[in-house]
Design a protein around this ligand. Structure first.
Ligand code: ADP
Ligand code: MG
Length: 477
């Protein structure tokens, strides 16, 4: 299924194409047609499944129809943190480049002056954190009565951060006959209650968690001291019969350092991380697919949405913070009929993370022989100090952490400003409404969880996009 089948306008399809996305993710596929039809929607899918575009894309086409009025935003998107709010704003910039939509960001830590000026003029899209919005509302600076669309994004994090009462408050200030969309990774009872109260016969879209691992993947945990990680990785890369491998790290700085260091050790290594534009990532991926690069060092966020599968090995240089990420990562190996191998370097500090992975995947993962450090070279020691220093506290998705994403954790930062120079805007063509009517039946029921032993890599547990080069096989075959 293509983006073109979802009822989106040509301008939008062009912007999406230029962003480098070839296929909608499952949550996008199932949400977009309903949103275009004006329905309320509850979208449940884990982090990284593309929920942002699931609402941003249809919103752009819907809002493309009308005009903004002074002090009355036409739509409101609530985000739990300013980083997430900024990311959503970037998405509007990127996909809305052929639409003339105005936008304001209302987040803490930014001077109010510009935000107010934008609001005075009137905006099509207001992206806000609940606290700042309530603040401005209290001062009578904003009217939500013209707000016909509301998005409550990352609802479970809103709950963690204690924003639910604010959200309830905000909901009562919006017109009753609005369209409301709610997105969340999970659906705990308070969120369910919120949805019952403020959404009108919503369509529910749920994408199954990839909680199973492929039996075709041989998994090993390599217990190692944090000083010896790099050396151990190099030893493994040399000892194993590696055709091509992805090495995952939790931080983009580590991705960069590691790729450079592997190159110095003689490996054909490349890298993808969150500071790279999507186009750059795709280019690097092409080098990997062509075999020019055989070891790709990657961060979770960067690898997400890229179709990389069927590699001979996956190495987790860092134990992922979230067990779902483990399943995603190792799902990149295990080709049809062949066994893939996944090695995870775990330090004593990672015990807790390893335990939650084993809990999710339903069994102890075999330990490989302990790789003892020979002697840590000064350089390695320095690098490790570096790694240790930037290590965020574990459990970043828990209550205490949610409010304070570490700067190095991969929350893509506001890169909107350095986007390409504005291209001439095209006059809008036929609105999407007509096309929309024909896609009514597109959405499918939520897929059943996958069987534990998936026979081939098409079933690797990755529930992100699986675009055109689905049949990617290693050329050495
Ligand atoms: P979520 O809100 O579900 O956590 P995001 O919307 O932030 O996820 O998207 C996660 C990543 O996937 C982003 O880097 C985004 O650019 C990428 N992505 C989203 N949709 C697609 C798609 N259709 N094809 C490829 N990549 C995508
Ligand atoms: Mg999101």
């Amino acid at each position: 299924m293509n983006f073109a089948d979802l009822g989106l306008s040509d301008e939008l399809l062009r912007a999406v194409g230029e962003a480098g996305y070839s296929e909608p993710t499952p949550i996008q596929r199932q949400s977009i047609p309903s949103v275009l039809m004006g329905k309320d929607l509850i979208g449940i899918a884990q982090t990284g499944t593309g929920k942002t575009a699931a609402f941003v894309l249809p919103m752009i086409d819907i809002l493309g129809e009308g005009r903004s009025r002074a002090r009355m935003p036409r739509s409101l998107i609530l985000e739990p943190t300013r980083e997430l709010a900024a990311q959503v704003a970037e998405n509007f910039d990127k996909y809305g480049k052929y639409h003339k939509l105005s936008m304001a960001l209302l987040i803490g830590g930014v001077s109010m002056g510009d935000q107010m000026a934008a609001l005075e003029k009137g905006v099509d899209v207001l992206i806000a954190t609940p606290g700042r919005l309530m603040d401005l509302f209290g001062r009578g600076k904003i009217l939500l009565t013209g707000c016909a669309m509301l998005v409550i994004d990352e609802a479970d994090r809103m709950l963690d951060m204690g924003f639910i009462p604010d959200i309830e408050d905000i909901c009562t200030k919006l017109p009753k006959n609005r369209q409301t969309l709610l997105f969340s990774a999970t659906m705990p009872p308070p969120i369910k209650k919120l949805a019952d109260k403020f959404l009108t016969s919503p369509k529910s879209v749920e994408v199954a968690r990839p909680a199973t691992t492929n039996a075709q993947i041989e998994q090993r945990i390599v217990e190692v001291s944090s000083r010896a990680k790099r050396e151990t990785l190099v030893e493994l890369l040399r000892a194993e019969d590696v055709t091509n491998a992805i090495v995952f790290s939790n931080r983009k700085t580590t991705v960069r350092d590691l790729a450079t260091s592997l190159k110095r050790s003689g490996f054909a290594s490349g890298q993808i991380h969150g500071d790279m534009e999507q186009a750059e990532r795709i280019k690097e991926l092409d080098r990997f697919k062509s075999g020019e690069v055989t070891i790709l060092v990657a961060s979770d966020v960067a690898a997400r949405g890229l179709d990389i599968k069927g590699v001979s090995h996956v190495f987790n240089y860092d134990v992922p913070w979230h067990p779902d990420d483990y399943v995603h990562r190792i799902g990149r190996t295990g080709r049809a009929g062949a066994t893939g191998k996944a090695f995870t370097l775990a330090t004593p500090d990672d015990a807790e993370a390893v335990a939650s992975i084993e809990k999710l995947t339903g069994g102890a993962i075999q330990r490989a022989g302990k790789a003892e450090p020979k002697k840590a070279a000064p350089r390695a020691a320095r690098d490790d100090a570096d790694v240790a220093a930037e290590k965020p506290r574990r459990g970043r998705r828990t209550r205490t952490e949610a409010a304070t994403p570490t700067p190095e954790a991969e929350a893509p930062v506001a890169a909107a400003a350095k986007e390409e120079a504005p291209k001439p805007r095209r006059a809008r063509k036929a609105p999407a409404a007509a096309a929309t009517a024909e896609v009514v039946q597109t959405p499918q029921p939520a897929p059943a969880p996958r069987p534990a032993a998936a026979p081939d890599d098409a079933d690797s547990g990755w529930n992100g996009p699986v675009p055109s080069f689905l049949d990617f096989r290693i050329s050495a075959d």
